[in-house]
Write a protein of this length. Structure first.
Lengths: 249, 245
């Protein structure tokens, strides 16, 4: 079943065209990797799908789970089951992870006519997901991302993903800033949380190394605002050895 | 003596942004005087959240080694003014936190004069303002360090958040230092909510108004951290914030 259907999507940032007719279909149960050179539009794709202000859609359509994704506000996209993993997770001084995530989860549940979780129920869930990511529960009581190292921020993102349990995760360079051990923990986390017949993942990455842990069903090369080549896991290996220019030309 | 009772004008530094017309109706304002004996400590929480005109003057004298914690929520008044004068004895400590929340045509101000007359005293001031509509929020604060008041440690942290382009924040943290070997710091910022932070919260499922509220709650709470009445003050501030949004 098609979960996400991006059809001929064009988008601008500050009036500059970045996405130029990008099409991509993602079915439930699939993991897609999007690779590509700097400036190809990888992060723009993530932000445009997430609905970030300043990312202007100038053409095309995106259907997510049967809904017109582009008609939804960012928080409605989240409630519909979309999760955007940030390349640079934002620090929010004074707002604890626990408070923020409980409010966010309950807001999403409210949208879906589900009962809110109590404080105790939420803490149990948070403890379970933090444990899965080997993330210190005490850090979840601290302000969102404040004082976290690069690797801790990325793991915190995965804890958020575990708690919010999205249908589709778009992970923008979740592997950057991770050491080898953290990379394996994050990779295992993605598999545990998202590898499911009803879920799907789009991994945006520069490198093969995350794909050693999270094996994609499809690898796409994004260049010049479009998908220019699609293949299986072997395409990532070919990119790694030959470079974008040779493969995508 | 009669000169002291003359109605201030906007030429007076401490009344530069005041609502003089409103002040006229209450003038002269008798100060509330507090004295904390050597080695003793005290605290006071003021919630000025009712409508109308609310003008207060507080004069605090801290004797050697005395401590005082003063917190103010300045939220509801059409004209809300809190004036504070503190005289610090040797080794005394004064902690001050104020939150101002205004909308409509409200004029809110906190005016402080902290006198470090003796060595080794500590004063900490934290002021957070959230202003919407055509509201004006002002902080005028002077830390005076007298000759000989060595080892003084004074700080002023002043921040304001403007929710509308029509709102105004005035801030004037001022240091007047006549002693050597003192540590004084002041910081001041006026801004809008961080758009990146808002999008981050929204991307996790919070509606824009809730994301905004969460960030503002955290911002205001900084004024009350460590206060004896922290919980009650924070709750009163959140109620005022709810009314403002």
């Amino acid at each position: 079943m098609t979960m996400l259907k991006i059809d001929n999507l064009s988008a601008t940032v500050a009036d500059k065209p970045i996405l130029k007719g990008l099409s991509l279909s993602v079915n439930a149960g699939e993991i897609h990797a999007i690779m590509g050179p700097n400036g190809a539009g990888k992060s723009t794709l993530g932000y445009t799908l997430g609905g970030r202000p300043g990312y202007e859609v100038t053409g095309g359509a995106v259907e997510f789970d049967g809904q017109d994704l582009l008609a939804l506000a960012p928080h409605e996209r989240a409630a519909a089951g979309l999760f955007l993993g940030f390349q640079y997770p934002v620090e929010i001084p004074g707002v604890s992870n626990v408070q923020f995530l409980r409010e966010a989860l309950n807001a999403q549940r409210g949208h879906r006519d589900e009962a809110p979780l109590s404080g105790a129920e939420f803490l149990k869930l948070a403890r379970e997901k933090a444990g899965m990511l080997k993330f210190d529960m005490e850090m979840l009581k601290r302000p969102v991302n404040v004082g976290f190292s690069g690797g801790e921020k990325k793991r915190a993102e995965m804890v958020q993903m575990g708690i919010l349990a999205p249908k589709l995760a778009i992970l923008d360079e979740t592997d950057s800033g991770l050491d080898i051990d953290a990379l394996r923990i994050v990779g295992d986390g993605i598999n545990a949380i998202m590898r499911h017949p009803d879920k799907a993942v789009i991994l945006i990455t520069h490198y093969q190394r995350l794909l050693d842990y999270v094996e994609p069903d499809f690898v796409h090369v994004l260049a010049g605002g479009r998908i220019v080549k699609t293949g299986g896991p072997e395409l990532a290996l070919q990119l790694e050895s030959e470079g974008y220019e040779a493969v995508a030309a | 003596m009669s000169a002291a009772l003359a109605l201030p004008t906007r030429h007076d530094e401490a009344y530069r942004y005041a609502d003089i017309a409103a002040l006229t109706t209450l003038w002269p304002v008798a100060p509330q005087t507090l004295r904390v004996a050597a080695g003793e400590s005290g605290s006071l929480s003021i919630v000025a959240a009712s409508a109308g005109i609310d003008v207060r003057e507080i004069a605090i004298v801290l004797e050697e080694g005395a401590r005082f914690d003063l917190r103010v929520l300045n939220a509801g008044a059409a004209y809300g003014r809190i004036g504070v004068t503190v005289d610090l004895g040797k080794g005394a400590q004064f902690d001050f936190g104020a939150a101002q929340l205004g909308s409509g045509e409200q004029t809110l101000e906190v005016v402080t004069l902290v006198n470090h007359f003796e060595p080794d005293a500590v004063s900490r001031q934290t002021v957070r303002s959230v202003l919407a509509g055509r509201a004006t929020g002002t902080y005028l604060g002077k830390v005076h360090v007298a000759r000989g008041a060595i080892g003084t440690d004074g700080s002023q942290s002043v921040r304001a958040m403007l929710l509308d382009r029509t709102a105004t924040a005035n801030a004037r943290p001022e240091l007047e230092i006549y002693a050597d070997d003192v540590k004084c710091a002041h910081g001041c910022a006026v801004g809008e909510l961080d758009a990146q932070g808002l999008f981050y919260l929204e991307s996790r499922g919070l509606a824009p108004a809730d994301a905004k509220k969460l960030m503002l709650q955290a911002f205001i709470a900084e004024a009350f951290i460590g206060a004896p009445g922290e919980e009650a003050l924070t709750e009163a501030a959140l109620n005022a914030l709810g009314a403002l949004l």
